[in-house]
Design a protein around this ligand. Structure first.
Ligand code: MG
Length: 277
């Protein structure tokens, strides 16, 4: 789930209008570095998150209601001793987000049934022993169009590129830029209104992590920093709007959007993905 800073209204981060190029205006963000013990707690929360995303894969098929996916995820998380981070977060009414086709992020599970050819982004957050982990995947429902398939592949590849840039000595802008280059190289658009975020004891910590911007800028990455990287990528134009429910984010042009996310730690040896099975 996207960051929600106190400086911003609505369900998620909005980038400051002063920082349209993705570089962050204002003072350096306060990035909390985690100890090895803290990262281990996040890794254990992350294992539950990944378990949910793996478990749901076989349930994503035509005819299934998104509320059924939500119930399965909630049961899984609690059985493993975790708490779903999203439920009740700023009033969010479910334990996962289910975002179908032109829904970018923050779709609310309900009566809607999946159809052959849909794509669905599922976002999962877990708190375990006081620490959060957050990840998302976009799944095909049955056979999908070539465009949908390529959109998912490019979005996934952009996340991989962002993760690869999470190493000491790089700057945050290198992460953002790595994501943007893959997305735009694939002929798709980066959503700018919602961004990734630091994560730890809070689901949303500093810094904001835009999926675009110039390299070589922003805070220097250091071991112990932990980020939720989450490219949101549109098939068509980058513009999105929030529905009247206050959550559901859709593409303005009605075209598809995909979303992949991992929680990642910066270590001496490079990036470590914390949301793995
Ligand atoms: Mg997130």
């Amino acid at each position: 789930m996207r960051g929600a800073g106190r400086r911003f209204k609505g369900s998620g981060f909005r980038i400051s209008p002063l920082s349209g190029d993705g570089s962050q205006a204002g003072p350096e963000p306060m990035i909390i570095r985690k100890s090895a013990e803290e990262i281990d707690k996040m890794r254990r929360a992350g294992r539950i998150v990944a378990g949910v995303l793996d478990m749901l894969e076989e349930h994503v098929r035509p005819g299934v209601r998104t509320e059924s996916l939500n119930r399965l995820a909630d049961d899984f998380i609690r059985r493993k001793g975790g708490i779903p981070s999203f439920l009740g977060y700023r009033g969010f009414p479910a334990s996962i987000c289910t975002s179908i086709n032109d829904v970018v992020v923050h779709g609310i599970p309900g009566k809607e049934r999946l159809k052959e050819g849909d794509i669905i982004g599922i976002d999962v957050g877990v708190i375990l022993d006081g620490y959060h982990a957050d990840a998302a995947r976009t799944y095909p429902v049955g056979e999908v169009s070539d465009t949908a398939q390529r959109l998912m592949e490019v979005t996934r590849a952009s996340l991989d590129a962002g993760i690869a840039a999470c190493r000491p000595g790089n700057r945050l802008g290198d992460v953002s830029n790595s994501i943007q280059r893959v997305v735009e190289g694939g002929g798709f658009s980066v959503v700018v209104q919602f961004v990734g975020h630091g994560i730890g004891k809070e689901m949303h910590e500093e810094p904001q992590i835009p999926n675009f911007g110039p390299p070589g800028r922003g805070p220097l990455l250091q071991p112990g920093m932990t980020f939720a990287l989450e490219p949101m990528v549109n098939e068509g134009a980058w513009e999105v709007r929030v529905e009247e429910d206050g959550w559901t984010v859709r593409t303005v042009d009605g075209k598809l959007s995909a979303h992949f996310e991992h929680t990642v730690a910066v270590t001496e040896g490079g990036p470590e993905i914390l949301t793995l099975p």
